[in-house]
Design a protein around this ligand. Structure first.
Ligand SMILES: [Zn+2]
Length: 108
């Protein structure tokens, strides 16, 4: 029986993506419990519908293979775009975006 290399890789990739989604959800849940609502680590803003699953997980070290909690940064899709477009360095809960729809104040 012939093995399809491409199929194997894409399946593996899918598992990785699922793992990253799970890590993203886990961290989004952690933040929601800490701050009382689901929020973006970049702008500090809540998600419109408060859906944890609508957030993206950004790889802090930009290494897509490093799928760990430590490397997962929760952000809006639009904030994620800005981070990747401008090649921004981020750290957990840095809220450097300053767009703050719910009046969230950065902790010092
Ligand atoms: Zn955001």
């Amino acid at each position: 029986m012939k093995r399809s290399y491409i199929k194997r890789v894409s399946k593996k990739q899918q598992i990785k993506l699922n793992k990253w989604r799970a890590i993203t959800l886990e961290r989004a849940t952690y933040l929601a419990e800490k701050y009382g609502y689901a929020l973006c680590e970049y702008c500090g803003g809540a998600e419109g519908g408060h859906e944890l699953t609508s957030f993206d997980g950004h790889h802090i070290d930009k290494n897509r293979r490093n799928n760990t909690q430590e490397n997962c940064y929760i952000c809006h899709r639009i904030c994620h775009g800005k981070i990747t477009d401008e090649n921004l360095l981020v750290t957990h809960e840095d809220f450097q975006g300053g767009n703050n729809p719910l009046g969230f104040h950065k902790e010092v």
